[in-house]
Design a protein around this ligand. Structure first.
Ligand code: ARG
Length: 461
């Protein structure tokens, strides 16, 4: 009996019977939302101060509550505080522990506040921190790619379309393609951060608060540049989390594509790159195996981030305003999305630093297989043949080479001249890897000076 009174629910006044145990476990979120502890304490301290400014609490009361909250945080972090079955979520657990620590005064903290605006605040504080960290992690991966690109500007690779060899490219150009994708990802997170960085506290349960809280001052104290403008919206929306998961999903898609190439290119069949041993695993059965588990896992984890985005969009659709318990389902999706993105970025950054390019193998692969066919067509264009006809002529040359089991680079001028009398000695200059690369002079192309220029721009940022 004593225990029951002690552990009485905060809202028990209205109820005739205690909560069913199954319901208690089913509705509780403490096991996962305890991750919001630090943010919940920050928000509550700011709220206590705002209540004091509004003369709802005395300065002394607010100070005692602040000290109490800090003590509770420490007790939970040190593992000294014991959670009770009655603590539905981190907000209730903190308030109960606060009251146990400082007495009845603890019961004044929640004046004019609801868990609805409290949790909306906590989630924004959490996301704001995590998005900033993720942006830094994206930058670290970008910089690993740029460092690699800079020191490998002479390395040539076959470029692909349809996974068929297409035209030669520089390895640096390839790496910088991912730099650009990551740059858009970074900007997407940064853009979403602006909308997350808006202060919802003071919205109350849904209609606002009865107390003369200066929400703008409160926002300032919590480092928010602005406050939400509609209390119903503020407690009922989760757009910030959805936008975050969308940006995270796109980022993971980019990482996954890169990882797919790392897996493919490190095979014996491609053999363009060697992954660092420390980032690969062996087989329990086959002694020769060196498996690219890290890129494989990142590729797979992309799916769970997409899943979280879909889950949260589905949670939100059809929800009447304002708060509904459904919103509690946002947390595990967001927390796992954050963890997945952060761990994937950090492990991939280290792996990228350790990749060795097998430059001879890559150059060999780029030097055969008709990757220079377009160059030959452009040569004919230079000699006055319309491109469509030049394409046709070179197509026939390629067909001939295939029948003769020869490469384009092995064909004699005499043989070429059977296909067009426009072929002259200087065509050999066109059948050259380096020359082909250097002719790609358009902005964003694979020529050396273009890549150097882009690296300079990136480094100047
Ligand atoms: N644990 C809840 C959540 O995460 C906190 C808000 C509860 N509000 C309520 N009215 N039941 O959504």
């Amino acid at each position: 009996m004593k225990k029951a009174t002690k552990n009485k629910k905060m809202w028990s006044g209205r109820f005739k019977t205690p909560t069913n145990r199954l319901v208690e476990t089913f509705t509780a979120s403490l096991s996962f939302d305890r991750r919001l502890l630090a943010h919940d304490i920050t928000g509550s301290i700011a709220w206590a101060r705002a209540l004091a400014h509004a003369k709802v609490l005395t300065k002394n009361e607010a100070d005692k509550i602040t000290d109490g909250l800090k003590a509770v945080q420490k007790a939970i972090e040190d593992g000294r505080a014991v959670f009770s079955d009655q603590d539905e979520d981190i907000h209730m657990a903190v308030e109960r522990l606060l009251t146990e620590t400082i007495g009845e005064l603890g019961g004044k903290l929640h004046t004019g506040r609801s868990r609805n605006d409290q949790v909306a605040l906590d989630l924004r504080l959490y996301l704001r921190d995590e998005i900033k960290q993720i942006i830094e992690a994206v930058k670290a991966l970008q910089s690993a790619l740029v460092v690699k690109a800079k020191s490998h500007i002479d390395v040539v690779l076959p470029g692909y379309t349809h996974l068929q060899k297409a035209q030669p490219i520089r390895y640096a150009h390839y790496l910088l393609a991912y730099y650009e994708m990551l740059e858009r990802d970074r900007l997407r997170f940064l853009d979403g951060l602006q909308r997350v960085n808006v202060m919802p506290l003071g919205s109350g349960a849904l209609a606002g608060t009865n107390y003369p809280i200066n929400r703008e001052e409160l926002a300032k104290a919590l480092g928010f540049p602005s406050v939400t403008q509609n209390s119903l919206d503020a407690v009922g929306d989760r757009d910030g989390a959805i936008e975050f998961l969308a940006a995270a999903g796109i980022l993971m898609m980019h990482l996954s594509r890169f990882c797919e190439e790392l897996v493919l290119w490190s095979t014996e069949e491609f053999g363009f790159i060697e992954l660092p041993d420390a980032f690969c695993t062996g087989s329990s059965l086959m002694p020769q195996k060196k498996n690219p588990d890290v890129p494989e896992l990142i590729r797979a984890k992309t799916g769970r981030v997409y899943g979280h985005l879909m889950a949260l969009l589905t949670v939100m659709k059809g929800l009447p305003l304002a708060y509904n318990k459904d919103l509690q389902e946002d947390k595990e999706a967001v927390f796992d999305g954050v963890e997945t993105v952060k761990t994937s970025l950090s492990v991939l950054t280290e792996l990228v630093k350790g990749i060795t390019i097998r430059r001879e193998a890559a150059a060999r692969a780029a030097g055969n297989g008709f990757l220079l066919a377009t160059e030959v067509a452009d040569y004919l264009v230079g000699k006055g043949l319309p491109f469509r006809q030049a394409h046709e002529v070179v197509g026939r040359v390629v067909r001939y080479c295939l029948d003769q089991d020869k490469d384009l680079t092995q064909i004699a001028l005499k043989e070429l001249q059977k296909f067009s009398n426009r072929f002259q000695k200087d065509v050999l200059g066109h059948l050259n890897l380096e020359a082909s690369l250097e002719r790609k002079q358009s902005t964003g192309a694979t020529a050396r000076n273009r890549i150097r220029e882009r690296i300079r721009q990136i480094e100047g940022k």
